[in-house]
Design a protein around this ligand. Structure first.
Ligand code: DGY
Length: 315
């Protein structure tokens, strides 16, 4: 059976697939032409967040195709209706990246709150004239209210990591999450209430038509003056133009961002603002996590091609 890897896959998963199947990798960067040429006759396609998977590609692969295995927990790159309509399976890589992504969210809270990047740059430029009593004042997590938008695996792990910081945790989620709320001592609120109450707002939702631009100008206007926004989920959840406005003219004091609306384009308006910490989609970027994602991605392919149920299905 033929397995097509749209770009590349770490060896921890690639070697498992090569031991069982005829594997072809498109390589980096994504070459749509290669993908279209090689999809025909594939039994599985391995994708990632940068690889759009639509009905046309599925049809091109033809009757042999059984599964699209995404090397990511997010699956907004996949047209899940098209997968479902064709009786195929699609899978993602939940759990294995929860901790890495949650740790990055906390790192961005600390970096934005304590102005780490801004002051690092001032220092490196030689622009620091020495210690002053009122200089570079930031925000502490202790005593702050942290609002988690989305209280799934990653949101809950952020709550757990923050317990040592003595922050108050509130969350907004479509589900009551009573048991998790009790476990983390977290209070459920609706989004408007959470935005008004939180010193830090951290986003942990899937990108769907419902969550696209969930954080728009109206939502940002509800934020507490001096609040910090952290986004490690998907750039499309935030309206970038409205965010730039809220960072320039208030109410936000800062933002820590890992994801962007039009990756890999660097949003110049955000890059020009000293109160932003910007990193290039590195939430799951640790050796341990990427290897675990690659293994799970491969195991999903193997499970389906062996005629079984996928381990972590989205469809
Ligand atoms: C995901 O898994 O969805 C991340 O964005 C990539 O690790």
């Amino acid at each position: 059976m033929k397995v097509i890897i749209a770009r590349t896959l770490p060896a921890a998963g690639l070697d498992k697939l090569k031991a069982r199947f005829d594997v072809a990798c498109g390589g980096l960067p994504l070459d749509q032409g290669w993908l279209l040429r090689h999809a025909r006759g594939a039994s599985a396609i391995v994708a990632d967040p940068t690889v759009p998977i639509g009905g046309d590609l599925l049809d091109l692969a033809g009757d042999s195709l059984r599964v699209v295995s995404n090397f990511a927990v997010g699956f907004d790159n996949i047209d899940v209706d098209a997968v479902r309509e064709r009786g195929l399976r699609a899978t993602n890589t939940p759990d294995v990246l929860t901790n890495a992504t949650a740790e990055l969210a906390v790192a961005l809270m600390l970096a934005a709150g304590r102005r780490i990047v801004e002051t690092d740059q001032i220092f490196r430029r030689g622009d620091w004239a020495g210690w002053e009593p009122e200089q570079f004042l930031g925000h502490e997590l202790a005593g702050a209210t942290v609002g988690l938008v989305g209280f799934g695996r990653i949101g809950q792990r952020v709550a757990e990591l923050l317990s040592g910081f003595r922050a108050r945790i509130v969350f907004a989620d479509a589900h009551p999450m009573d048991e998790a709320a009790a476990r983390h001592g977290a209070q459920r609120m609706d989004l408007a209430e959470l935005l008004a109450a939180s010193d830090y707002v951290s986003l942990h939702v899937n990108l769907t038509p419902q969550t696209r631009h969930m954080i728009d100008a109206a939502a940002l206007a509800r934020c507490k003056p001096g609040a910090i926004l952290v986004n490690t989920c998907r750039g499309g959840v935030v309206d970038t133009a409205a965010l730039v406005h809220a960072l320039r003219d208030g109410p936000l004091a800062g933002a820590g961002l890992d994801v962007y609306e039009h990756e890999p384009a660097v949003p110049q308006d955000l890059a020009a603002l000293p109160n932003t910490v910007l990193v290039p989609h590195i939430g799951s970027a640790t050796r341990t996590t990427r290897d675990a994602m690659a293994e799970l991605c491969a195991d999903n392919v193997i499970a389906v091609l062996d005629g079984g149920e996928p381990l972590t299905p989205v469809v």
